[in-house]
Design a protein. Structure first.
Ligand code: NAD
Length: 497
């Protein structure tokens, strides 16, 4: 029997006043076409609201508002300490409204309320606070030149930034781009994913309350091939910064080429390898990290360790522990604070993951899971699923499933492990466990991934860059390196008389 929902969160959900309009030039507005789409909760299929289905007309309005705000300097030219104050205020407001934001996130995309509350909302506030604190401490450069000339290298805001984000961490993914872009003085046109628009819509009002001037942050809701494409093709948007699938990332590159050669930043998919070698001294910790690395956030995680590469001598011991974790992580009601595995984002994605599972049954051995769960709720749930005896050439080893589905590959030794780990079109994250520092160092240097975890997995902090090698993306979010995306470097030569 499923446990009943926590009455507190369920009752609060009933009382929420959910906004579904877009936010352009400081106001909530309907799409110019008046079109909307249904916002359905994957928890139980309940209808949450109608969301504005914006298209090119709305993107034009938002880009014009953003351009006007950028050009008159109401944000782009104010003192960095003023921008800092507003963004710090926004971080405070995010924390003050944490319960509401967490509930919206959970209702909208199905993640457990305990994760929304303990991870998504605090990380979002910390991100805004961190970039706010950074922006009045960044200095520009003076080049070493001959004594009668001065050459300065200054960073200037890019201008109008299009930001397109996915649904797996709706607020955090937006914050990773908005915080550095706003701190640097840009104006924004943000498009949240159609599956998870609600917190971005709410964030716009909080930003206005914090003192962000009208037109600086515009949130345009809508479908990818309508509002998203219009941002990508817009001739008066200076850069488009995207997180999402590799397939759509390639469209973004094409849009930039077809329009104004806008700057492009891409954070795309992954099929990350998580290696446990036979000289790993803490198999309990490694197995727990491996299970958490694929089942956390329902496996809807770009950096999920979805390929577990086990050294033959420790294979059986690790598998036993992983299956134990999988059994203990059955899907539950996301509004129940004890639930660790929530709902998949929607029916379409659930079907996609189930197709991969059906395919996996032809290619490998299903050890546990593989079925939908909690069907009586009307929601979208999938059991933690583990496939063994997977070939690295199999579809479930090469394609991103984005669900709680683990593919286990057995190898002999570190060299084979590294070779298989790198045989992928992706290069977002990788993990390796060993107690031999030489082996560990060799592996971390050889793994082709933007983030490598040694004797841990999914370690995270805003202070470190995040992004991918190969088809996992172009550029990096987080850390001071993120400013590279949202600024232009200007060299100025001053000849002295
Ligand atoms: P998606 O590519 O389908 O959609 C992402 C965003 O792009 C959404 O806002 C969507 O509306 C928009 N979009 C869709 N089609 C478009 C088009 N033709 N033109 C312009 N915009 C379009 O991805 P998703 O299903 O929302 O998210 C899952 C993907 O995101 C996974 O591949 C995951 O690995 C990736 N992801 C990557 C990172 C990272 O940091 N590298 C982080 C989170 C998620």
């Amino acid at each position: 029997m499923n446990k009943p929902a926590n009455p507190n969160w369920a009752a609060r959900a009933q009382q929420l006043n959910i906004q579904g309009k877009s936010f352009i030039n400081g106001q909530y507005v309907s799409a110019a076409s008046e079109k909307t789409f249904d916002c359905i909760s994957p928890i139980d299929g309940r209808h949450l609201t109608q969301v504005a289905a914006c298209d090119q007309m709305d993107v034009d309005r938002a880009a014009a508002a953003a351009r006007a705000a950028f050009n008159d300097g109401r944000w782009s030219r104010v003192h960095p300490s003023k921008r800092k104050a507003v963004l710090l205020h926004l971080a405070d407001l995010i924390e003050k409204n944490a319960d509401e934001l967490a509930l919206l996130e959970t209702l909208d995309m199905g993640k457990p309320i305990r994760d929304s509350l303990s991870i998504d909302i605090p990380a979002t506030a910390r991100c805004f606070r961190w970039y706010a604190e950074a922006v009045d401490k960044l200095y520009d450069e003076v080049a070493p030149t001959a004594h009668n000339v001065l050459a300065t290298i200054t960073r200037e805001p890019l201008g109008v930034c299009g930001v397109i984000v996915p649904w797996n961490f709706p607020l955090i993914m937006a914050a990773w781009k908005l915080a550095p872009a706003l701190a640097a003085g840009n104006s924004i046109v943000l498009k949240p994913a159609e599956q998870s628009s609600l917190t971005a819509i709410r964030l716009a009002a909080l930003a206005a309350e914090a003192g962000l001037p009208d037109g600086v942050l515009n949130v345009v809701t809508g479908l990818g091939h309508e509002a998203g494409q219009a941002i990508g093709l817009h001739r008066d948007i200076d850069g488009v910064f995207f997180t999402g699938s590799t397939a759509v990332g390639k469209y973004i590159l094409q849009y930039a080429a077809q329009s104004n050669m806008k700057k492009v930043g891409l954070e795309c998919g992954g099929k990350s390898a998580h290696i446990i070698l036979d000289d790993c001294g803490d198999l309990d910790a490694a197995a727990e990290a491996a299970a958490f690395g694929i089942f956390f956030n329902q496996g809807e995680m770009c950096s999920a360790g979805s390929r577990l590469i086990l050294d033959a001598p420790i294979r059986d011991a690790v598998m036993e522990k992983i299956l134990h974790f999988a059994k203990g992580m059955q899907p539950g009601d996301p509004l129940d604070p004890t639930t660790r595995l929530g709902a998949m984002v929607d029916k379409t994605h659930t079907e996609r993951v189930m197709d991969y599972i059906a395919n996996g049954k032809q290619e490998a051995e299903l050890l546990i899971g593989g079925r939908q769960a909690r069907l009586e709720t009307g929601g979208c749930y999938i059991e933690p699923t583990v496939f063994d005896k997977v070939s690295n050439k199999a579809r479930i080893a090469q394609e991103e499933i984005f669900g709680p589905v683990l593919a286990v590959i057995t190898v002999n030794g570190v060299d084979e492990a590294i070779q298989i780990a790198n045989e992928s079109i992706y290069g977002l994250a990788a993990g390796v466990w060993s107690d031999n520092v030489n082996t560990l160092y060799k592996a971390t240097r050889a793994l082709k991934a933007g983030v490598v975890y040694a004797n841990c997995y999914d370690a995270d902090d805003i202070t470190t860059p995040f992004g991918g090698y190969k088809q996992s993306g172009i550029g990096r979010d987080k850390s001071l390196h993120a400013f590279d995306k949202y600024t232009e470097l200007k060299t100025t030569w001053l000849k002295l008389r």
